[in-house]
Design a protein around this ligand. Sequence first.
Ligand SMILES: O=C([C@H](O)CO)[C@H](O)[C@H](O)COP(=O)(O)O
Length: 209
Amino acid sequence: MKLQIALDLLSTREALLLLGKVAPHVDIIEIGTPLVKAEGLAVLRAIKTAYPEKELFADYKTMDAGELEATMAFEAGADSVGVLALANDATIAGAVKAGYAHQKRVVADLIGVPPQYRLSRISELKDLGVSHVELHAGLDEQSLPGYSIVDLLKTISGSVLPFAVAGGINASTITTVRDAGAEIAIVGGGIYSAEDPQDAARRLRNAIK
Ligand SMILES: O=C([C@H](O)CO)[C@H](O)[C@H](O)COP(=O)(O)O
């Protein structure tokens, strides 16, 4: 399983400072939605220039104009881009078309897809040409009483596509995510909010070695 850091920060400067401490421990660098909204395409260019050897994921959460937004991200250096699974099929198909054109990956984010519809939507996404999905409880959902990553993981069992998982993963839950069959564990706050982000990233890496 790969480890992806979600940079849900607000400036390129903060992102580079954090990466200076944790980059050796992660496989994929995610430009988080707040960061790309704050800094635009420039942050993709800056991070790809600084870490050309790392896979770069742009968490666009695209809901419309799939081909255009995916193309923008790929041309700025992203290796993969996130489109919302809730978007119209035409939006997903547009993003996939851009992925083929640039030989890069499109990840469909299942955030907001009700649990009972997730597996059927994943089958449709496969038919649309999506290669991967992200099982995702967002920051707001995580803050609700009773949120459990174990319950979240139950809803992906039987997926016909490889999947990443995001939803408040930390050193004590990352092995559960791996054991559920995830291809990628995405960790944001578990690293950037830790007292010692470098140590947190190292522990996460060691847990899944
Ligand atoms: O995608 C995310 C969220 O919607 C804010 O943009 C986060 O990057 C994702 O949830 C991972 O972060 P943590 O849940 O803090 O690990």
